[in-house]
Unconditional design. Structure first.
Length: 151
């Protein structure tokens, strides 16, 4: 006849296996949250640089100031890279013009005024603290912002 085995430790073994899976899932959620926070900060850094550039025409050409404004916004300033550029268009028509060609005798936008738009791109390389097999790291997190310069 068949005898039944003892099942006294079964609940303990199931709990140990379940807790291991639960801990791995929680670590993955924490790592995902940290990456999301970094991505938000990269976007905020781009916005901060664009806001700095949009103050005047002088700050729109100040690449070093824009980079510093972006780095002030990110929690690890040395890791952040930023590029900037600006374009000029005629208000109302949207015609692209050369930004330096705005003399009084020969205006770039006759009958209108020139709008300067600054574009900022920020990027950081994010390396997860916990290596997850199957996911290639590091990840490139990017942010961008576009802002019109005040007249």
């Amino acid at each position: 006849m068949l005898t039944l085995r003892r099942e006294e430790g079964q609940a303990l073994v199931e709990t140990a296996l379940s807790m291991a899976l639960f801990i791995v899932m929680m670590l993955g959620a924490v790592e995902f949250g940290l990456m999301a926070i970094s991505a938000i900060e990269v976007g905020n850094a781009a916005k901060a640089a664009a806001q700095y550039a949009a103050q005047t025409h002088v700050t729109a050409a100040d690449s070093a100031g824009m980079l510093q404004a972006a780095k002030n916004e990110y929690h690890t300033p040395a890791a952040l890279t930023a590029t900037s550029g600006y374009a000029c268009t005629c208000a109302g028509t949207g015609t692209t013009v050369v930004c330096t060609n705005n003399s009084v005798s020969s205006p770039a936008c006759p009958g209108s005024y020139m709008e300067v738009t600054v574009t900022i791109q920020t990027q950081v390389s994010y390396t997860p603290g916990i290596h997850i097999p199957g996911l290639a790291g590091p990840f490139a997190l990017r942010g961008s912002a576009k802002q019109k310069v005040l007249q």
